[in-house]
Design a protein around this ligand. Structure first.
Ligand code: ADP
Ligand code: TRP
Length: 338
């Protein structure tokens, strides 16, 4: 399905990632990228730093998060010689294209967008004024995201469920502009929802999330990972009591981490009273360390040699800009009648 397609992924610089981010976002995005490239397609991947400034106003924090996310992707195997890997803010055409899109974007599209609506609902629940803490960057976020996508004539945008609506908005804006000028100025993108991506539970059983403080970090040292793994909730049943693995949190996390035969081994041990909670936590710990060991070293390397990463990002931007310039020119010619 990716033959000769243009596929684009945007990542938020969210800070130190956890196992949930890795299994639910980073690994699937990289696997998909390889698939696209192997099928002769083009793969764009960028760090959405213009999006990030809506929420993060401290340049030092922002910069640190950007560094971390760039190094994470490289450490897990992003190949900047194949994937066009850049920072959104290095593509000067994107804000200009966004401005043009604004003129064709019905305000109602923004009113119904999830990210904005979630903030509005929170304000209402807290008895605050509707607009409290909401800046125009957040409000108009889907238009900037549409520009991210439309700039590169993207065919396919891999997304999680929460982003489907944003890709549909991008498609609708492109449709409005094309219809107005009665020509195919912008390419209509489609979203791609990977149904196989697991939601990884955190150490308390809820979805693993920074905001719940229930995460297992990926790039912490072994001791810290061990501490998180050993705080995963269990009960006081003895080892000998046969258990249904599906009810056991350590097993649920293990399913996302280990190979099928290792997972089967843990299931067998639990069902037959041969593995206790200490054993299975150690198995999970080994599984996680195996998964990240090699990448952790690469991550440290890139963090300590960020000038190399900086050069890769600049090279990526240099590869991306000509395409962006073409799209901008096409749009300017149409809207200004040049
Ligand atoms: P958090 O919930 O920790 O703040 P983010 O919202 O920054 O995480 O998520 C970044 C990416 O990681 C998103 O694509 C999201 O779907 C994915 N992700 C986050 N937590 C999980 C999880 N527990 N399981 C699977 N994917 C996750
Ligand atoms: N909004 C996306 C998120 O929150 C990040 C993003 C920004 C993006 N621009 C994009 C994703 C363009 C795909 C395409 O995760």
């Amino acid at each position: 399905m990716f033959e000769n397609k243009i596929v684009l992924t945007g990542v938020k610089p969210t800070g130190t990632p956890h196992i949930g981010n890795f299994l639910g976002a980073i690994r699937p995005a990289l696997q998909l990228g390889h698939q696209v490239l192997d099928a002769g397609g083009k793969h764009y991947m960028f760090i959405a730093d213009y999006h990030a400034i809506n929420a993060e106003k401290d340049p030092q924090v922002l910069n640190q998060k950007l560094k971390e996310i760039a190094c994470v992707y490289l450490a897990f195997g992003l190949d900047p010689n194949r994937t066009i890997f850049y920072r959104q803010s290095d593509i000067y055409q994107i804000p200009e294209i966004t401005t043009i899109l604004y003129a064709y974007t019905p305000k109602g599209f923004m009113n119904k967008a999830h990210a904005y609506k979630a903030c509005l609902d929170k304000n209402r629940e807290a008895g605050k004024p509707d607009d409290d803490g909401i800046n125009m960057g957040l409000y108009t976020y889907p238009t900037l995201m549409a520009a991210d996508i439309l700039t590169f004539d993207t065919d396919i945008v891999p997304v999680g469920k929460d982003q489907v609506q944003h890709v549909e908005i991008a498609r609708d804006i492109a449709g409005i502009i094309n219809a107005h000028y009665n020509q195919k100025l912008l390419h209509l993108p489609e979203y791609y929802l990977d149904q196989n991506v697991a939601v990884v539970p955190g150490i308390d059983g809820r979805k693993m999330s920074k905001s719940y403080g229930n995460v297992i970090p990926i790039f912490a040292d072994d001791k810290e990972i061990k501490k998180a793994v050993f705080s995963i909730k269990t009960d006081s049943r003895p080892m000998e009591e046969p258990k249904n693995p599906e009810e056991i949190l350590v097993y649920q996390v293990y399913k996302s981490v280990a190979s099928a035969d290792k997972v089967a081994e843990m299931a067998y041990g639990l069902e037959n009273g041969k593995l206790g909670y200490g054993h299975i936590k150690n198995m999970l710990l080994d599984g996680i360390i195996d998964l990240v060991k090699e990448s952790r070293e690469k991550y440290q390397y890139y963090m300590e040699h960020f000038e190399e990463v900086e050069a890769m990002l600049e090279e990526g931007a240099a590869k991306a800009r000509p395409h962006a310039a073409k799209t901008l020119e096409r749009l300017r010619n149409a809207v200004f009648g040049r």
